[in-house]
Design a protein around this ligand. Structure first.
Ligand code: NDP
Length: 512
C-alpha cells in the first residue's frame, strides 16, 4: 500500500501531504507531534511533504519492534529471506521511473542520474537476494582425522542504518539489503533532506513482504534520532555514510559500547592526466565526475593532476565544454547540472570560491546561478580553478559542489605523490595510453577504487565499495565484502572419531 503521490508543481499549503514513521509494520505519527518539511532544491517553493520529526521515544519503539521481529527473521531460512529481497528488487524495477522522478524532485540530481541511483538499488537487491542461497563460509580439512571443520555467518542483531541525501535510494539499499539477507532487523534513519525517497523505499519494502518489525523507518534530526540508536545498547551494529566529522563522533560514542561500526565518509578524489592521454576522453571523464550530481558524490572528482605539457590543451577543452553545461531542474531531460542540496551548501561552496581566488586562478564560474527560474533554486555555476598546488585548501578539503581544481605537475612520479597527498582515499583515476604507468597507478594509488581511462565515479554493486585513510574505517559496502559488516563468523568443529582429539597436541610428533 502506498501513502504518497508525486507532485512536481508548487501547491497550496493545505495540499501538502504529511508522511509517517514506519514502526512494527504500521505507519504512525511521532509521539512528539512535530513535523518538518522537505522541499525541492531546484524550486524551494515546491514543498514535497511534511515528515515526522522523530524523537528518542520513537526510536526506542522502533528498536523494540526490531528486537521483537528478530528471532523469527533470523530463523527464516536465508533463501526465503532472499526471495523477499528478490520481490523487492522486482517492485523497485517496476517503480523505477516513479522513484527516479521523486528523487530528482527531492534532491536535485538530473533524471538520468536518478535512474542510475535507483538502478544501483535494484542491482544490490538482486545481488543480495542471491546471497540468500550463497552466503559462503569455508569448509576445510581438519588437522585431525575423523573431524570436520567449517565456518558460517550469523546475524549480529539490530542494524542501525544512517544515510546521507546524495544517493537516497542506492545507499539505503547498499546497507539494508546485506543486513536483511543475513538475518538482521533494521532501524533506518534517512537524511532530513531526503525523507520522501526513504518513505517510498520503505513502502515498497513493506509491499515486498518483509514481516512487521523487520524494517523500521524513523525520520527526524540526526542529533535526536541518529544519536538514539548510536547510544542504544540494543543496537549492536551501526552503518553510517556521511561527513567525516559526523562519522568520527559516531565511532567515538559507539566504541564505548564496542559496537560494530561501518563508516563511509568524505572524499577528495583525483584524476591524473598524463601527457600521452586521449585528452578528449579525459575531458569527458572529468566533466562527468566533477559536475555530475553537481559535484555532490562521495566519488566526485575535484582535483585534476596534469602533466605540465598538456595543462593548456586540457584546460581549454574543460572550460569550453563546462561553459556549455545547462543548469536547471533535473526533471528536464536536457539539463546537465541540477541544484545543490540546500542554501547552506550554496553558502559553503561560495566560501571555498573566496579561498580559491587567493590560492589559484579562477578560470570559470564562481557564483551562485540565479538567472530566471534558477533564482528559486540552489544553483551554482560549474567552477574551475587553475594553477592550484596539491596542498592548497581547495585541493585538500571536500567542497561537495561543482568546483574543480587543476594541479600541474612535472612528471608521473610527482602525479602519484600529489594524488596520494590527501587525508581521504576513496576513488582515483588515471588517463594514459602507457600500460606500464597504468599498472603502477593501480598499484600505488592509495584509494579503495581505481579507474583507468574513466572518471572517478561508476562503481558496480558486485565489487567492494569504500575508501582508505579517513574515508572510512576499513569496512566495505557492496560485493561479498558488505556481508562482513552485518555478520559474525562462527567456526564449527565436529569430531566423529569417538575419542578425545587435541588439536596442536595429539597430531604432533614428540620432539627431542
Ligand atoms: P551528514 O554527516 O551531515 O549526515 C549523514 C547522516 O547522518 C544524516 O542522516 C544525518 O541526519 C545523520 N546525522 C547527523 N548528525 C548525527 C548524529 N549526531 N548522530 C547520528 N546521525 C547523525 O552528511 P550528509 O548527509 O551531508 O552527506 C554528505 C557526506 O556524505 C559527504 O561528506 C560525502 O562525502 C559523504 N558520502 C560518503 C560516501 C562514501 O561511500 N564514502 C557516499 C556518499 C556520501 P540529518 O540529515 O537529520 O542531519
Amino acid at each position: 500500500m502506498t501513502q504518497t503521490t508525486e507532485r512536481s508543481v508548487p501547491k497550496a499549503d493545505a495540499e501538502t501531504p504529511t508522511f509517517k514513521l514506519f514502526i512494527a509494520g504500521e505507519w504512525v505519527e511521532s509521539v512528539g507531534g512535530q513535523t518538518f518539511e522537505s522541499v525541492n532544491p531546484a524550486d524551494r517553493r515546491d514543498v514535497i511533504g511534511r515528515f515526522q520529526a522523530g524523537t528518542k521515544a520513537d526510536t526506542a519503539m522502533a528498536i523494540k519492534a526490531a528486537e521483537m521481529a528478530l528471532p523469527r527473521w533470523k530463523a527464516t531460512p536465508a533463501p526465503k529471506r532472499g526471495e523477499i529481497l528478490y520481490a523487492f528488487a522486482e517492485l523497485m524495477a517496476r517503480n523505477k521511473e516513479r522513484l527516479s522522478r521523486a528523487m530528482t524532485r527531492e534532491m536535485g540530481k538530473v533524471i538520468a542520474e536518478a535512474r542510475g541511483d535507483v538502478q544501483e538499488g535494484i542491482d544490490i537487491a538482486y545481488l543480495m537476494a542471491g546471497e540468500g542461497r550463497r552466503m559462503f563460509g569455508d569448509t576445510v580439512p581438519s588437522e585431525l582425522s575423523d573431524k570436520w571443520a567449517m565456518s558460517i555467518r550469523q546475524p549480529i542483531g539490530i542494524a542501525g542504518i544512517i544515510t546521507p541525501w546524495n544517493f537516497p535510494i542506492a545507499i539505503p539499499c547498499w546497507k539494508m539489503m546485506p543486513a536483511l539477507v543475513t538475518g538482521n532487523t533494521v532501524v533506518f534513519k534517512p537524511a532530513s533532506d531526503t525523507p520522501h525517497c526513504a518513505t517510498l523505499l520503505v513502502e515498497l519494502m513493506a509491499e515486498a513482504g518483509f514481516p512487521p518489525g523487520v524494517v523500521n523507518l524513523v525520520t527526524g534530526g540526526g542529533a535526536e534520532v541518529g544519536d538514539a540508536r548510536v547510544e542504544s545498547p540494543d543496537v549492536p551494529v551501526i552503518s553510517f555514510t556521511g561527513h567525516s566529522s559526523t562519522g568520527k563522533s559516531i565511532a567515538e560514542r559507539a566504541a564505548k559500547r564496542l559496537k560494530r561500526v561501518s563508516l563511509e565518509l568524505g572524499g577528495k578524489n583525483g584524476v591524473v592526466v598524463l601527457a600521452d592521454a586521449d585528452l578528449d576522453l579525459a575531458t569527458d571523464g572529468i566533466l562527468w565526475s566533477a559536475f555530475g550530481t553537481t559535484g555532490q558524490r562521495c566519488t566526485a572528482c575535484s582535483r585534476v593532476i596534469v602533466e605540465k605539457p598538456v595543462v593548456e590543451p586540457l584546460l581549454e577543452r574543460l572550460e569550453r565544454r563546462a561553459k556549455g553545461l545547462r543548469l536547471g531542474s533535473g526533471l528536464d531531460e536536457a539539463v546537465d547540472v541540477g541544484p545543490l542540496i540546500n542554501p547552506a551548501a550554496v553558502e559553503k561552496v561560495g566560501s571555498y570560491i573566496e579561498i580559491g581566488q587567493v590560492e589559484g586562478e579562477l578560470v570559470l564560474g564562481g557564483h551562485p546561478a540565479t538567472d530566471g527560474e534558477l533564482e528559486h533554486g540552489n544553483f551554482f555555476e560549474p567552477t574551475i580553478f587553475a594553477n592550484v598546488m596539491p596542498m592548497d585548501r581547495i585541493g585538500q578539503e571536500e567542497i561537495f559542489g561543482p568546483v574543480l581544481s587543476i594541479i600541474p605537475v612535472d612528471d608521473f612520479d610527482a602525479a602519484i605523490t600529489a594524488l596520494n597527498q590527501t587525508r581521504y582515499g576513496l576513488s582515483a583515476s588515471i588517463f594514459t595510453r602507457d600500460v606500464n604507468r597504468a599498472f603502477r597507478a593501480m598499484r600505488d594509488f592509495e584509494t579503495g577504487i581505481v579507474y583507468v581511462n574513466a572518471g572517478t565515479t561508476g562503481a558496480e554493486t558486485h565489487l567492494p565499495f569504500g575508501g582508505w585513510k579517513e574515508t572510512g574505517n576499513g569496512h566495505r559496502e557492496a560485493g561479498h565484502a558488505a556481508l562482513d559488516s552485518y555478520t559474525e563468523w562462527k567456526s564449527i568443529y565436529v569430531d566423529f572419531s569417538g575419542r578425545l582429539q587435541r588439536a596442536q597436541i595429539d597430531n604432533q610428533a614428540a620432539s627431542g
